[in-house]
Design a protein around this ligand. Structure first.
Ligand SMILES: [Zn+2]
Length: 338
């Protein structure tokens, strides 16, 4: 008769207080142990072994939430070959450096595929499936008067008449385009960190900094940037980005336990300027169509992009920091305007 003995702690499922016992595994078929005067006997097919990776114990789950806890050094897995195939595979991986490396690389590759393809596609489908009415309700809930002032603490120094001139010019072009998104134009001074830039907030506010207005040569250059920001609104990019980062954050938290990740994901989504390169190119595409419809030459977009020099401002806030390379964004000449 084949016999293996292990020291273990027995938890009866009702109390967190364990009772020490010795378990015997007989003929690779069943295990038995005694607690007090009571003898327990289980077929190995009726119990479940959990090797509890990264912990210093292993558990054998019995009936009615009761379980046995063994030291991680007990090589009990070999008796559970038929009933705990997965546990045995995991145990083999844990003890083989090459397999650990392979599983690690496979995990990174899987995370990459999930982050760059599965989550963005799913987020896009969900965002596009939300009705206009429901979207407006979500958008209204994101409105936060403190967010704008905390992100842009400096008041605009552009004169009221110049602001009205720009507002009128933008509105005139927006009215030509079919389904031009609802927006509110806000002027702020960027300051040393933000500099010449434009942003779109989740609630539909488009912010133009004084510095951006000042480096523009003409208002058509400003319209070209304005149309790019409208593209972010049109395709609901902030919602897509928030969904993507939140889902990916939850995934990372479930794998690593790092709660900070999810918080940063939600916040970057709300701030709304940290869009993926795909979204930036999508906004550029919208801008190109907008400019063609309103007869504004795309060379204006190319001209202002070239003027936005990221070296002069904080990289984190740069118009280019999350944007695709300039040469990928330069637009071809408009064809339907003279
Ligand atoms: Zn953008």
């Amino acid at each position: 008769m084949q016999l293996a003995k292990f020291e273990a702690k027995f938890f009866n499922g009702n109390s967190s207080k364990p009772t020490k016992t010795n378990i015997e595994i007989i003929e690779n078929e069943y295990l038995k142990f005694t607690v007090g005067s009571k003898l327990y006997r289980f077929n190995l097919n009726d119990v479940q072994l959990n090797t509890l990776i990264a912990r210093n114990s292993k558990r054998i789950y019995l009936l009615n939430n009761s379980f046995l806890e063994l030291s991680s050094e007990c090589n009990v897995e070999i008796y559970f070959k038929s009933s705990n195939f997965v546990s045995n595979i995991i145990h083999k991986i844990e003890n083989n450096l090459l397999l650990i490396c392979l599983v690690f690389l496979l995990s990174i590759f899987t995370l990459f595929i999930i982050n760059y393809y599965v989550i963005p596609t799913t987020a896009k489908t969900i965002t596009n499936s939300i009705s206009e009415e429901a979207y407006l309700k979500i958008q209204a809930r994101t409105s936060n008067k403190y967010l704008l002032d905390s992100l842009f603490p400096y008041k605009s120094e552009i004169s009221s008449s110049r602001k009205n001139e720009i507002k009128k010019y933008f509105l005139m072009h927006c009215s030509i385009v079919k389904n031009c998104p609802n927006y509110t134009l806000i002027f702020k001074k960027g300051g040393p960190k933000i500099g010449p830039n434009a942003f779109t907030l989740p609630d539909g506010q488009i912010i133009f900094t004084d510095e951006l207005i000042n480096i523009s040569t003409n208002d058509n250059e400003l319209v070209s940037i304005f149309s790019h920001e409208l593209g972010h609104l049109r395709y609901r990019h902030w919602l897509r980005q928030s969904l993507q980062e939140t889902v990916f954050g939850i995934l990372i938290v479930s794998l690593t336990g790092e709660i900070e990740t999810i918080i940063s994901g939600v916040l970057t989504g709300i701030i709304g300027n940290i869009y993926s390169k795909d979204m930036e190119l999508e906004a550029d595409k919208y801008a190109k169509k907008f400019m063609e419809t309103t007869c504004i030459g795309t060379h204006h977009f190319n001209a202002i992009l070239t003027k936005l020099n990221p070296k002069d401002i904080d990289e984190r806030y740069s118009f280019f920091s999350t944007h695709p390379q300039l040469n990928k964004r330069i637009m071809g000449q408009s064809t339907n305007c003279i």
